[in-house]
Design a protein around this ligand. Sequence first.
Ligand code: 5RP
Length: 227
Amino acid sequence: MKASDGTDEAKRRAGESASGQVENGMVVGLGTGSTAAHAIRALGEKVAAGMEIQGVPTSYQSRTLAREVGIPLCTLEAARPDIAIDGADQLQLDGALVKGGGAAHAREKIVDTSAPRCLIVADDTKLTDTLDHPIPVEVLPDAVPTVEQAIHERDGDPTVRTAQRKDGPVVTDNGNLVLDCAFGPIETPETLAASLSAIPGVVEHGLFIGVATELHIGSNDGVSIHS
Ligand code: 5RP
């Protein structure tokens, strides 16, 4: 299998591979990001061809795309997903991963963990032996100074995420802010995950441990599936 350079083709292969696991009648968690978007488009084609599914979106972005491609939507009040398909910013082959590049990780974690099967789609440049990507931490706005202090006490380096236009911070779909927290190589992700969850004012962090049941990894000439 040829290693990719993170191209959209490798992402498309991963997204389409995971969408192939969706069967008629299923409720599907719809992840966020450019790789999950390929899965959503592929599901839209299945709906156009007559398949009956419902989607539970994880963000404004995935809701908008699902509507565009004709996937009927529902909420977690109405139904629980049979399967979720979502992207990742960095991942280990044991399934530990970092999410939140799109600031959607709070709702993504709710939807992804509500499904018995969570398929993670990514191109092969995101694979690593040891996670070292900064961890996105969604924080209540009033709690930013105290959470920053708590991150420093955990040997992390927090940065408030700002919008590309640089006219203010990124605000999540839930009205909160995001701290991108660099910890260097993370030897025990489950320990850090529990420690971050314990900080008052943290809404959710982007370490997903024990959530993924299948990884669909796209490369330049194929997809490898790990479960
Ligand atoms: C959004 C996410 C995305 O799934 C993650 O950032 C990957 O995005 P992409 O597929 O565009 O690289 O976690 O919060």
